[in-house]
Design a protein around this ligand. Structure first.
Ligand SMILES: NC(=O)c1ccc[n+]([C@@H]2O[C@H](COP(=O)([O-])OP(=O)(O)OC[C@H]3O[C@@H](n4cnc5c(N)ncnc54)[C@H](OP(=O)(O)O)[C@@H]3O)[C@@H](O)[C@H]2O)c1
Length: 331
């Protein structure tokens, strides 16, 4: 089929952005070595930013967002892939200024694609998607910095969101005691079902304060929100422990001092899933398909179609998404 359905975000003359599902032609797609029939994509916060015209994410409109793709190669001009191969692709420029997974076809460089790990279906790969990948990358970096299961509870912020919910589930499965920070009073049971031992209301950590240190509490932190919450968590890290920072839904700015670093020997670790070299991406995916394969991943699924994705984008931008939105391009 040379035409396909896609969500298209358009910039209007008054500077506003509108979105709708349209028919596109494969000739509209950019050059690239792989033409892929997208089976599944997933909804990440960054897709919300792209779909609402955030210039830090997408500058070229009209545009189809979707930073995650799992699908089948239709055409390949490289030896590494052949028609019929199942691949996953996350990050790089996919869905930023290159048309992404909210359309039934993408054309991408082969250097963005990984063969689907055998133990993950295309749908499972997208249940994880960039969010699940980032949760795993954060935990891997925290463990490389010394985090271990007898080092005290691990705090996950933005816990009901995509990165947060996978982090809670994975940490719990790995034997960690997990404290989940959430703004959603209605989702405490959901978080306990994922394995959180304690659920903390977001308001308890969201106020910036001038105290240089807080009582030692956390053996590690996966932070998806930034802002005052991030630094309150740093101030409460146990001696020598680390926080992995991946997100900014609360704020990109941090009210910080050097005290936790020079008095408690703690570490602030940066997490980037986008430009991480493909070899390192492959290692994280193999872990997620192997010893870190998450039981009961289905509990996180929020099924989406091209007809429901626009409403879901509004939900994620409002901070109200729970778990992982999985977009079935054939539904
Ligand atoms: N560095 C990377 O490579 C990378 C990769 C993936 C994602 N990210 C970033 O990580 C963040 C989370 O992404 P996601 O896809 O998981 O988003 P998401 O599904 O929307 O989850 C974010 C969660 O944060 C909480 N939250 C929302 N607004 C908040 C606020 N104002 N203050 C504090 N908490 C708030 C909510 O959870 P509760 O209601 O439970 O608190 C929300 O569900 C985003 O900033 C995203 O850009 C970065």
């Amino acid at each position: 089929m040379s035409t396909f359905r896609a969500l298209l975000v358009e910039k209007q003359d008054d500077g506003s952005f509108t979105r709708g599902v349209v028919e596109r032609s494969v000739d509209d797609l950019p050059k690239g070595e792989l033409l892929v029939e997208v089976a599944y994509s997933s909804l990440n916060y960054k897709d919300g930013l792209s779909a609402s015209g955030n210039p830090g994410v997408s500058r070229n409109f009209p545009h189809t967002p979707g930073i995650d793709v799992a699908g089948v190669v239709l055409e390949s001009s490289v030896d590494a892939f052949a028609a019929g191969d199942e691949i996953i692709a996350i990050g790089f420029d996919l869905g930023m200024n290159t048309p992404g997974g909210f359309g039934q076809r993408v054309r991408i460089p082969a250097a963005w694609a990984l063969a689907r790990p055998e133990a993950l279906s295309l749908k499972e790969a997208m249940l994880l998607g960039t969010a699940g990948f980032t949760a795993a990358l954060s935990i891997a970096k925290l463990e490389a910095a010394g985090m271990c299961t007898d080092g005290g509870p691990v705090l996950v912020t933005g816990a009901t969101g995509g990165v947060g919910s996978v982090a809670v589930a994975l940490l719990s499965q790995l034997g960690y005691e997990v404290a989940a920070l959430t703004g959603k009073a209605s989702q405490h049971e959901f978080l306990k079902g994922l394995g959180a031992t304690t659920v903390i209301d977001r308001s308890e950590l969201s106020e910036a304060n001038s105290r240089p240190l807080l009582k030692e509490a956390w053996g590690g932190v996966v932070d998806t929100v930034g802002g005052a919450i991030l630094f309150n968590a740093v101030k409460a890290l146990r001696y020598g422990c680390s926080l992995a920072a991946c997100g900014l839904v609360s704020s990109p700015d941090i009210p910080a001092s050097v005290f936790p670093f020079i008095l408690r020997h703690v570490n602030l670790l940066g997490i980037d899933s986008v430009e991480l070299p493909l070899t390192q991406k492959r290692e994280v995916w193999s872990r997620l398909a192997g010893e870190w394969k998450i039981d009961g991943l289905d509990a996180l699924e929020h099924p989406l179609t091209l007809d429901t994705i626009s409403d879901a984008i509004d939900t994620i931008l409002a901070g109200q998404m729970v778990g992982r939105g999985v977009l079935d391009l054939n539904a």
